[in-house]
Design a protein around this ligand. Structure first.
Ligand code: AMP
Ligand code: TRP
Length: 333
């Protein structure tokens, strides 16, 4: 594998969907690869105009979550996106190669803008172009994300191709999505048909990295389920999205398959299963929470790590941006 890049928006408290769909997989990749970059994508977060204090707090919190989950700053570059200006510069160049028709197809924009498309800001609309720039500025080859980001990655591939065609050069490799199957899409604890999301108004819809054990037990106890016992195979629970979601979380945390967890708990009622699930979540997440608390107690040290990550990333990005500017024909003065 060549280069790996991924990022998360500092727009709120991280949840177990971010962990299972993204961060945990990054840690696994780190063991076998070099050249990894993990970003807190604050420019993307700005599309929702968080208040400045929250932006700062959440950026540190996401960084602490990366490190506490096992991203090693000695091996991987961890930095805020805004620390590397080349992302924004390449985004502009790519935006001139983006037909509006491509952006009009993006389902995330449609979801986020909702009925008020005319009031939505331009940043929200061009969000996927900036994401493509994040990826391409490092000539990234693999992007580990959850399933919801698949369409944006397709656009990044299309833009890499559009650039190469426009300038008659094989400059960008097409970046590959890297989406693991188990828990690629963790659903809300209140509604098994909706994605677990930072923006859901209900705190009970998700488990946060910062939830203490009692809160985890309570949230899992309150999680929506049905009164039927667990079936021996996932296919037999097709119309029970909440049941499938909880078993999926269990399977992901225990590194087994859905099939295996269904077999293990066949016939059990959710009241029993939920106790085991809560224990499993606490065992995985509480050490991470403790480490995050320790990191956040010393923001100056944390910021030093991010500064170093930003400097290293800047070096890579500015070299590539120089080449890109030459290809485009900008006069160097
Ligand atoms: P976001 O919170 O939208 O910035 O997402 C950050 C990363 O977490 C991306 O790789 C997403 O694909 C992943 N992610 C977010 N929500 C979920 C979820 N409910 N299930 C699985 N992955 C998720
Ligand atoms: N759009 C991604 C999300 O909401 C975050 C993101 C921004 C990202 N730039 C990226 C992910 C580049 C991977 C690569 O989850």
């Amino acid at each position: 594998m060549g280069r790996i890049f991924s990022g998360i928006q500092p727009t709120g408290d991280l949840h177990i969907g971010n962990y299972l769909g993204a961060i945990r997989n990054w840690v696994k990749l780190q063991d076998a690869h070099e050249n990894l970059l993990f970003c807190m994508v604050d420019l993307h977060a700005l599309t929702t105009l968080p208040n400045p204090q929250n932006m700062t707090v959440w950026t540190r919190e996401v960084a602490a979550a990366y490190i506490a989950s096992g991203i090693n700053p000695e091996k991987s570059m961890i930095f805020p996106q805004s620390a590397v200006a080349a992302h924004s510069e390449l985004a502009w160049i790519l935006s001139c190669l983006t037909p509006l028709g491509w952006l009009n197809r993006m389902t995330q924009f449609k979801e986020k803008a909702g009925k008020h498309k005319e009031q939505a800001n331009l940043g929200l609309y061009s969000y996927p172009v900036l994401m493509a720039a994040d990826i391409l500025i490092y000539k990234t080859t693999h992007v580990p994300v959850g399933e919801d980001q698949k369409q944006h990655l397709e656009l990044a591939r299309d833009l890499a191709g559009a650039f190469n065609r426009q300038y008659g050069k094989d400059y960008f490799e097409l970046p590959e999505p890297f989406i693991l199957k188990t828990a690629a899409r963790v659903m809300s604890l209140r509604d098994g048909t909706a994605k677990m999301s930072k923006s859901d108004p209900s705190d009970y819809s998700r488990i946060h990295f910062m939830d203490d054990p009692d809160t985890i037990v309570l949230k899992i106890r309150k999680a929506k389920t049905d009164s039927d016992p667990i079936a021996g195979a996932p296919e037999a629970m097709e119309n029970r999205p909440e049941a499938l979601n909880l078993l999926g979380i269990y399977a992901a945390l225990s590194d087994t398959t859905m099939e295996e967890s269904c077999r293990t708990f066949e016939g059990a009622h959710f009241s029993t299963f939920k106790k085991t699930l809560a224990d499993q979540i606490i065992a995985a997440m509480d050490p991470i929470r403790q480490e995050m608390l320790a990191l956040l107690k010393d923001p100056a040290s944390l910021d030093r790590i991010l500064k170093k990550g930003g400097e290293e990333a800047n070096e890579l990005a500015s070299q590539n941006l120089k080449e890109i500017k030459e290809i485009v024909g900008f006069l160097r003065v």
